[in-house]
Design a protein around this ligand. Structure first.
Ligand code: CTP
Length: 397
């Protein structure tokens, strides 16, 4: 059966682009139905959308629809994805506050389908703190945004607020439509980034891990329905939508945070580049050249606890533990040895050095499991994250 995208069209000059969006979705084999706000009908007659979709167009909350007394509920149930494009500041404000005073906003409140919003408005309205906060609220609820672009606006102003390109609205809607939900309800715990081990208030031991792999996995798992907690060392990445991010500095702090969440996690993925050693006695004052040369030239180190190994040792039936390995040679053999040594169920190994992996946007890996291995070619970390999750799904099936 064809999937259905319900397209909410609101009153905005960019409304004419909704036709291209409908065409694009139809070409991809999607059934489109349109619901319009009353304001939208001032720009375009519903007949246009009825002709394009060959489906009745819904407008009024109290319009009589033969055989369907509660139209907003049936529309809400019919939709696999509810795409609102173009979406005005007013409709976003209503949705952020749970207001349902017309058919479109009532349907948005009643639907269990994934919602995609493509905003379009004047630059000052777009940048207004109220609009920005409403968008933040909606994003935090898991709504996908196809962000507005910068450019020449209908009102003559130049700036951000122009409806995104119809082709990218179609692409993102299809992505949401086809998204897997194989992690629905699962608790996923991810460690990410480097750790920072202080020597004194101005010096530390660390490494150049960017946290991108861990954050990409977090985002992908959340998209696939997981409740995700990320425990990360210092990174410059923002919190992915719908993910709980706990920020720590040292390996010991990371261990404490992980301990609190490991017990109830179904899948734990350890991507963090934890410093193997930390200074035994971090100084609370700055060490001075000349005066503290003895300490500075031979800092005493102690080993950090192995977070992955200590959690894997406690895992109970039904828990799946994934380690990462950064190797400079003999990737698969070293990864398998690491998997056995640390008690992990799977190890994702990458080749590092010469600018590979650390901080890059692309990566290639070899995934080692109990009964085999699979090598994945270089691809963006977001895509790689989904492929790693695919392997995990197969393993825990
Ligand atoms: N890891 C961890 N805690 C540590 C060290 C590592 O949780 N103190 C985890 C990493 O997050 C990763 C895996 O262990 O998932 C592999 O880390 P790596 O540093 O490559 O392993 P090492 O045991 O240090 O092995 P070697 O230095 O011999 O390569």
């Amino acid at each position: 059966m064809k999937k259905t995208v319900l397209i909410g069209v609101t009153g905005c000059v960019a409304i004419y682009k909704a036709c291209d969006i409908i065409r694009g979705l139809q070409k991809a084999g999607v059934r489109c139905k349109v619901v319009m706000t009353e304001s939208a009908t001032h720009f375009v007659n519903p007949l246009l959308f009825r002709s394009l979709t060959r489906e009745p167009v819904a407008v009024g909350l109290f319009d009589d629809k033969p055989g369907d007394p509660i139209h907003h509920i049936s529309l809400a149930k019919e939709a696999d994805v509810f795409l609102i494009a173009p979406c005005t500041a007013n409709v976003m404000a209503k949705m952020a506050n749970g207001i349902a005073d017309d058919l479109l906003t009532t349907t948005a409140l009643a639907t269990r389908a994934k919602i995609v919003i493509a905003p379009a408005m004047n630059v000052n309205m777009y940048e207004h703190v109220a609009t920005q906060e409403n968008m933040k609220t909606l994003k935090a609820r898991g709504i996908t945004f196809v962000d507005a672009e910068s450019g020449y606006l209908a009102c003559g102003d130049v700036g951000r607020g122009r409806l995104a390109d119809p082709a990218s609205i179609v692409a993102q809607t299809l992505e949401v439509l086809c998204a897997k939900r194989d992690f629905e309800g699962k608790n996923v715990l991810i460690t990410a980034g480097p750790t920072v081990e202080p020597i004194d208030p101005v010096r530390h031991i660390s490494n150049p891990s960017s946290g991108k792999t861990g954050f990409a996995l977090a985002e992908a798992a959340a998209e696939r329905g997981a409740n995700v907690t990320v425990v990360t060392g210092p990174v410059s990445l923002g919190d992915p939508d719908g993910v709980t991010v706990l920020r720590v500095k040292t390996g010991l702090e990371m261990l404490e945070a992980v301990k609190k969440h490991f017990e109830r996690s179904d899948v734990s993925i350890f991507t963090a580049a934890v410093s193997d050693y930390r200074p035994a006695n971090p100084y609370d004052h700055k060490l001075k050249k000349g005066k503290d040369d003895g300490v500075l030239s031979s800092i005493e180190l102690v080993e950090n606890p192995d977070i992955l190994a200590s959690m894997a040792a406690k895992k109970h039936a039904g828990q799946f533990v994934v380690g990462f390995a950064a190797e400079t040679e003999d990737v698969e053999r070293n990864a398998r040895a690491k998997m056995m040594r640390k008690g992990a169920d799977m190890v994702v190994a990458n080749l590092v050095g010469d600018g590979l992996a650390f901080g890059a946007d692309d990566n290639a890996v070899t995934i080692v499991t109990g009964d085999g291995s699979v090598s994945l070619d270089t691809m963006p970390k977001q895509e790689l994250a989904h492929q790693i999750l695919d392997v995990i799904t197969d393993e825990i099936a």
